[in-house]
Ligand binder design. Structure first.
Ligand code: SF4
Length: 240
């Protein structure tokens, strides 16, 4: 982390941090989840560790907090969830994730064969891809413990709609889900990304498969450049 970044980090540590609204149980939960991860991410960023270790620690902390938020949110919102073990209709997409998620997903499969190509990185083209995610192996997520936050929060109230969406390749057909639960699960990531953005670190979304491919070539170098505010992921970002 360069000097300017360290200064910005110091200012964030000294500030009071995000406040917690206590007007409704929902707002209190959302803000508490956000604040906890905000504090945790600042702690991790101060550790004297090498960049790859630090990025993975950050990623794992987001995943653990998302997992916890999912359980708390499910109890509070009690949505109907129609997802079942082995169901992978929603894994047939060109998954777009944040860089931290790509780092987390790439780490356990660095030495495994992995190939992924796409014609276009434009958002509107990515939305029309209905091929299996390259991390889906024999119908199961091969990096389940390290799956991205978007995959953790995704769920469906009606699995028939997921199947119809895939069968008809209809990108307009929205999967019915509890947006409160989905949003809450994403709060730890939002807290972390807000800090990284403030530090000047690239937080643009990337195409998961392309990012994992690139990371397999030079994991430590890409992560180190990224945490220094460099453009290491430029070639795999989603184009608007
Ligand atoms: S990363 Fe795993 S859970 Fe996410 S879309 Fe790919 S196979 Fe599915």
């Amino acid at each position: 982390m360069n000097r300017a970044m360290r200064k910005r980090l110091g200012r964030m540590i000294e500030s009071k941090g995000p406040a917690i609204r206590r007007d409704t149980p929902q707002n209190e939960l959302v803000d508490t989840v956000y604040q906890r991860q905000y504090t945790r991410a600042l702690e991790i960023l101060q550790l004297p560790e090498d960049p790859a270790r630090k990025a993975l620690r950050l990623c794992h902390s987001v995943h653990a907090a998302s997992e916890e938020a999912w359980v708390l949110g499910r109890d509070l919102f009690q949505p109907k969830i129609d997802c079942r073990t082995g169901c992978a209709f929603c894994c047939h997409v060109a998954v777009r994730v944040h860089i931290l998620d790509a780092i987390g997903a790439a780490a356990p499969i660095l030495s495994k064969p992995f190939h992924y190509r796409l014609e276009s990185r434009r958002r509107q083209d990515l939305e029309r891809v209905f091929q299996p995610c390259p991390l889906l192996v024999e119908g199961q997520c091969s990096v389940y413990a390290q799956r991205p936050v978007v995959c953790r929060g995704y769920h469906s109230r009606e699995v028939a709609v997921c199947q119809q969406r895939l069968d008809e390749e209809d990108a307009q057909l929205g999967v019915p889900m509890s947006l409160e639960l989905y949003g809450l699960t994403g709060m730890p990531q939002l807290a972390t990304l807000n800090i990284l953005t403030e530090l000047g670190i690239d937080c643009r979304p990337v195409v998961l498969g392309l990012a994992v491919s690139a990371l397999q070539q030079n994991f430590e170098g890409m992560v180190a450049d990224w945490l220094e505010g460099g453009p290491a992921f430029e070639a795999v970002t989603v184009l608007v």
